[in-house]
Design a protein around this ligand. Structure first.
Ligand code: AMP
Length: 387
């Protein structure tokens, strides 16, 4: 088994890794760390949950080595949650080298982030829009950037951030090392890679097989009108302190939270209408176990990294199978076991088939047989299928 030391990690960083319980590198880490340390540009295909953040954060920390007056590493990410998480890893492992990380993201005031930038950052983790604002204000100087990461490049594309990314990258020194990470590598991602990477090494970690194995995925057939009752009952039966419930809309998230509270379940909500300050407060309380159920929409929960989440419940199934994979990846983290339960009404069965196609295995043992049968309805108690 490869050890972090064999990948070129110095003693202080190896010590910090040991302290947080990372005993050995994940596949993506073993593959990318030596390449980044050797100065190569890389195009890596890796999903959230594979350990991809440390795969670039650790070698960047080693390469920067110690603080400088200037910002030498820049990581661009699509969402503020991801920005906070990536920054957390840089802080966790970079503090032994006294490297300063500043996180920059929208949806909150400029003052605090502006002050942090002015007091000096070795590493900046940013969402593109807010970083551009600071660049235009002259608050940030990127002329010394040596290492650039585009994290979740497919998401940056999907969320329409590429024009901003181009404007930022134009201002960076040409002589730099560039690393792209993406869950999927399609023609659009390849086009960006051709534009920014020089003779890159392509790395593909086999995450699809690793990820779902740790997550027990269950399908629960429900009647659309019985979902609220069933959810409260299920949560009360589960012996857990941390459940993440997904709904399709903001309004539904508020509704489900209220219904859970009516049933005496401690619940909170996060979605696009919740302010950044409020959201951070809720997430902090959730991490600390002050309440047990967080009800969220897809965008709000993207990138959430809370290892104690034992159950993800899809109150509504997402429209896209990719969102399903992202959702269930919020549990089963850091090597723990996780359970993902999905409420499926008769009308939503086609979505299960789409998901099965993407994850490459059958979730609902009935789905093949049922195609030939007329639809059945089930009571509010639901019938659970365990896979
Ligand atoms: P990521 O794919 O970067 O979102 O990481 C997924 C989870 O795995 C996070 O909770 C990390 O803290 C954890 N993790 C990353 N690398 C390791 C490792 N080598 N050993 C154990 N846990 C890890």
């Amino acid at each position: 088994m490869t050890k972090f030391i064999e990948l070129g990690m110095s003693k202080p960083v190896a010590h910090a890794l040991k302290n947080v319980g990372y005993t050995e590198p994940t596949e993506i880490q073993a593959m990318t760390i030596p390449l980044i340390m050797a100065g190569h540009d890389i195009m890596a295909s890796a999903e959230t949950g594979s350990g991809k953040t440390a795969a670039f954060a650790l070698p960047i920390i080693e390469c920067l080595h110690e603080p400088d007056e200037k910002t030498r590493a820049l990581v661009l990410v699509p969402t503020r949650e991801l920005a906070l998480q990536v920054a957390e890893q840089f802080e966790r492992f970079g503090s032994c080298r006294r490297l300063r990380t500043v996180t920059v993201y929208g949806g909150t005031g400029y003052q605090q982030q502006g002050r942090a930038l002015k007091s000096g950052a070795d590493i900046i983790v940013a969402t593109p829009g807010r970083l551009l604002d600071f660049m235009e204000q002259g608050t940030v100087d990127l002329r010394a950037v040596e290492m650039l990461v585009l994290d979740e490049a497919d998401r940056l594309l999907d969320m329409g951030f590429m024009p901003q990314v181009h404007r930022i990258v134009e201002k960076l020194p040409r002589e730099r090392q560039t690393m792209m990470f993406s869950a999927t590598i399609d023609v659009r991602v390849e086009a960006i890679a051709r534009r920014y990477l020089i003779e890159p090494d392509t790395v593909r970690a086999n995450t699809r097989q690793i990820e779902p194995a740790a997550i027990n995925q269950q399908i629960i057939h429900v009647d659309e009108f019985g979902k609220d009752m069933l959810l409260a009952k299920l949560i009360k039966e589960l012996d857990t302190s941390s459940v993440l419930v997904f709904t399709r809309t903001k309004r539904k998230a508020s509704w489900v939270k209220r219904k859970l509270r009516d049933s005496n379940v401690l619940a909170e909500e996060i979605h696009g209408d919740i302010t950044q300050v409020q959201r951070e407060r809720v997430l902090k309380a959730y991490r600390e176990g002050k309440f047990s159920v967080l009800v969220a929409t897809d965008v709000a929960a993207r990138g959430l990294d809370i290892p104690t989440i034992s159950h993800v419940i899809n109150y509504d199934l997402p429209d896209s199978p990719e969102d399903y994979v992202h959702r269930i990846g919020r549990t089963g983290r850091a090597g723990r076991a996780g359970v993902a339960m999905s409420f499926v009404s008769v009308e939503q069965r086609h979505l299960v088939r789409d998901i099965e196609r993407v994850i490459g295995r059958q979730l609902d043992p009935d789905s093949a047989a049922r195609k030939k049968l007329p639809p059945r309805r089930f009571s509010a108690r639901g019938r659970r299928r365990i896979v």
